[in-house]
Design a protein around this ligand. Structure first.
Ligand SMILES: Nc1nc2c(ncn2[C@H]2C[C@H](O)[C@@H](COP(=O)(O)OP(=O)(O)OP(=O)(O)O)O2)c(=O)[nH]1
Length: 199
């Protein structure tokens, strides 16, 4: 059955290909501002559901559809991407030397059997005590404005993350162990999603 990633995220596509999937990308194009939730867990799950449902509604053939959304919980606030350089600098000056929780919502839809999982995974991220100069250089790279939480764990931001508690994929944007749990709950072995060499 087709596996559709309802996300524009190159990072999510890389993770899914890395675990042997053969995902097709259909970007949902939804307006994320329509969802307001106090808790970061509820927010990322609601946004993941919005994206997956929007794409599933366009399909004429059966498929698994995965929508995701990542947010950073820090100091009691919930953050997405840094909207501009000034915001990224002030966020990093607040985050350095401290920790936050990256929550990634996952909505997995099986259109053939009309079933759905909506779950999120959370990973605590400990930030290095970076200098003003490092923050300026990192923001100048443009990366913090492209990613949830204004940092990456596998890009230019990696040296600025001291350690994590939880799975790595959750920080990048999709959690392989959570995907396994969701498919296993449906009686679908994760290995059945591995692309065959001929594909
Ligand atoms: N490579 C990498 N990307 C990250 C990391 N943390 C967050 N991101 C990226 C993954 C997603 O592209 C983005 C999270 O924003 P969203 O969940 O809103 O997804 P995005 O807007 O990119 O695409 P989508 O809304 O799913 O079509 O940040 C990281 O540690 N590494």
């Amino acid at each position: 059955m087709r596996f559709i990633l309802a996300s524009a995220s190159p990072a999510r596509l890389t993770v899914l290909r890395g675990i042997g999937f053969d995902p097709e990308v259909i970007v949902s194009g939804v307006d994320e501002s329509t969802i307001e939730e106090e808790s970061p867990g509820r927010l990322c799950r609601a946004l993941a559901k919005l994206k997956a449902k929007a794409v599933a509604a366009t399909l004429t053939e059966d498929a698994y559809v995965l929508g995701c959304d990542s947010v950073l919980e820090f100091n009691g606030q919930t953050y997405g991407k840094a909207e501009d350089a000034e915001t990224a600098v002030s966020r990093w000056k607040a985050m350095r030397g401290k920790s936050g929780v990256l929550h990634t919502g996952h909505c997995l839809i099986d259109t053939a059997k009309q079933r759905r999982h909506i779950r999120s995974s959370s990973t605590t991220v400990h930030f290095a005590d970076v200098t003003d100069t490092e923050i300026a250089a990192y923001v100048d790279s443009g990366e913090p404005m492209r990613v949830a939480g204004a940092f990456t764990i596998d890009g230019l931001g990696a040296p600025f993350v001291e350690r994590i508690e939880g799975d790595h994929g959750t920080v990048v944007g999709v959690s392989p162990p959570l995907l396994r749990q969701m498919f296993t709950a449906w009686g679908v072995p994760i290995s059945s999603l591995w692309r065959t060499e001929s594909a």
